[in-house]
Design a protein around this ligand. Sequence first.
Ligand SMILES: [Zn+2]
Length: 276
Amino acid sequence: MSIISNFVLKENNGVQFYTIPAFSETGLVKHGFSTRIGGISGEPFNTLNMGFLTDDDWETVKENRRLFAQSLGIPLENIVAANQVHGDKIFKAGTSDRGRGAIEQNTAVKETDALITNEPGVALIAFYADCVPIMFLDPVLKAIAIAHAGWKGTVLNITRKTVEKMGEAYGCQPQNILVAICPSIGPCHYEVDTPVISQFQNNFNKWEKILKLKPGGKAQLNLWEANRLQLLDSGILDRHITVSEICTYCHPEILYSYRYENGKTGRLAGIIMLTN
Ligand SMILES: [Zn+2]
């Protein structure tokens, strides 16, 4: 089946991945967001599991990462990965960091949920199964970033902080930065309860735009809109934001969803690398 989206689904050597048209048009990056199609993992991780922090076999995940990177034309040894902890730390990666966390977990950048670089050939990767992946590209000053924004990272404003960090580190102006909100759990399937609801009510003055309260103390949370509003507050232009609008829970045939599979599932990955 085909999913209607602002992203484009591509296939290379059997590996299926999404790309962001606004990013492709710049000609400055290689990038993609993985699906579960085209790897070698068995159930319940079938087949393109990107995550070492699952019960899947390490050699299998390593091969899957190689297959995905290869499908994007990116060498596996150029990848930089972080050990994600639902925090708000941002790491500035450079050429000397290449390979960290690429084929093992213990060399990954410690306790970090966003990576930035302005160096060509440094491939930033992050992992997801429902949490919101955000990719950034400043085509003017040639800088990129990737962030991992679950509900905790969203409350900590990791998306806004990543925009600010690109400014501090490289002089990026928000009005030039292109941003994409990749496949993740949608407002259709993200039910939360009181502790999460109160975090959003206390930290977002526009919380009515992202929480739909329901009887029984529950609410549907829209993390896509929460992060989009943070981007607009950061000075990112509305027309520079692409939201995939693909819900992982709605599409278990092509994507991993932690909630849909009750935690027994693989990980998706986003990768972005400046080519020059
Ligand atoms: Zn859904």
